[in-house]
Ligand binder design. Structure first.
Ligand SMILES: NC(=O)c1ccc[n+]([C@@H]2O[C@H](COP(=O)([O-])OP(=O)(O)OC[C@H]3O[C@@H](n4cnc5c(N)ncnc54)[C@H](OP(=O)(O)O)[C@@H]3O)[C@@H](O)[C@H]2O)c1
Length: 278
């Protein structure tokens, strides 16, 4: 089904580029992918890399498409969406937004009709095909369109549905911002290793490979993270000594506070973008 679909990207930046790459790998032909962006040099780069058709005028990209993906920054979403509403209302394609914080009701309002809309929250590992994306569909989205949206984001990693749009803010706090939390832990482990006398390049490589190995074990094992942690924690051993310090430092509480702050900030940004003059 995906391979017969014409997909238009409004905005041809980093995220659009990674999705296009993933879709081509999944068997979509470049003739089925169209990218619109005001930046001609950006479009030239995409043409050279993927042989997709490109447009500097968003409206020209919209003919005979089944899916339109808005891959623009949240602050330009309204300006990009409003001129396209009348044309999209005629063909009624699935509209997908990957813009952080832009609510479905605001997109519907800017397009000016009861559009079938999926909001997607991917994360940066999508750029290397290892993303985690949560999807939310409004009531107008058909079962076929849901399958299409899922297939598009599975082209760049894992895709999961949430039922309540508000959960997208929590997703933003967990997997959207999540890569940064792991990088911070890696940084902290690297600098501790150096403090304890390891050369920086050795510390860097050991931490990277340990993060990769732990993530792979968690993904491939049937055991949950708590079980895997207990399996490497012998009573009276070295790991236990370290974990006692992390628990005493209230790491779990720190994470709860951190994710709550990110979730609340996502909600604030949604309100701010939604209040933009319509
Ligand atoms: N990168 C991530 O990891 C990530 C994760 C989750 C969600 N997102 C969301 O994905 C969206 C895109 O992010 P990105 O990193 O791909 O941004 P990006 O690289 O800046 O790409 C956005 C592109 O849209 C173009 N654009 C601006 N106004 C336009 C218009 N009116 N019509 C068509 N195109 C227009 C921009 O051109 P100019 O540069 O000339 O303005 C730029 O090439 C954002 O809303 C972001 O919240 C990104």
């Amino acid at each position: 089904m995906l391979t017969d679909t014409h997909i238009v990207f409004i905005g041809g930046g980093h995220m659009a580029g990674s999705l296009v790459g993933g879709l081509l790998e999944k068997g979509l032909t470049s003739a089925h992918i169209h990218v619109a962006d005001p930046d001609a040099s950006q479009l030239q780069h995409l043409r050279q890399r993927f042989s997709v058709s490109t447009y500097t005028d968003n409206l020209h990209a919209l003919r005979d498409v089944q899916v339109v993906i808005f891959a623009v920054k949240p602050q330009v979403f309204r300006v990009a969406a409003r001129p396209l509403g009348a044309e999209l209302a005629k063909s009624q394609p699935l509209v997908i937004s990957i813009a952080a914080g832009i609510r479905e009701k605001d997109i519907r309002h800017w397009l000016g009709y009861d559009a079938a809309i999926v909001r997607a929250m991917p994360n940066t590992p999508a750029l290397i095909g290892a993303g985690a994306t949560a999807l939310y569909a409004n009531a107008t989205v058909s079962a076929t369109q849901r399958s299409l949206a899922e297939a598009i984001f599975e082209a760049v990693g894992l895709a999961l549905w949430v039922d309540d749009e508000k959960q997208i803010n929590t997703v933003t706090a967990v997997s959207g911002s999540g890569p940064a939390y792991f990088y911070l832990i890696m940084e902290a482990m690297e600098s501790a290793a150096c403090e304890l006398g390891l050369p920086a390049d050795i510390a860097y490589k050991l931490v990277q490979q340990t993060a990769y190995g732990a993530a792979r074990m968690a993904l491939e094992s049937r055991d949950d993270a708590a079980t895997l942690r207990r399996q490497v924690t012998s009573p009276g051993g070295t790991t236990e000594s370290a974990l006692k310090i992390l628990e005493a430092g209230k790491l779990r509480e720190v994470f709860l506070n951190a994710l709550t702050a990110a979730r609340n900030r996502a909600a604030e940004l949604s309100n701010q973008f939604g209040k933009q003059e319509s």
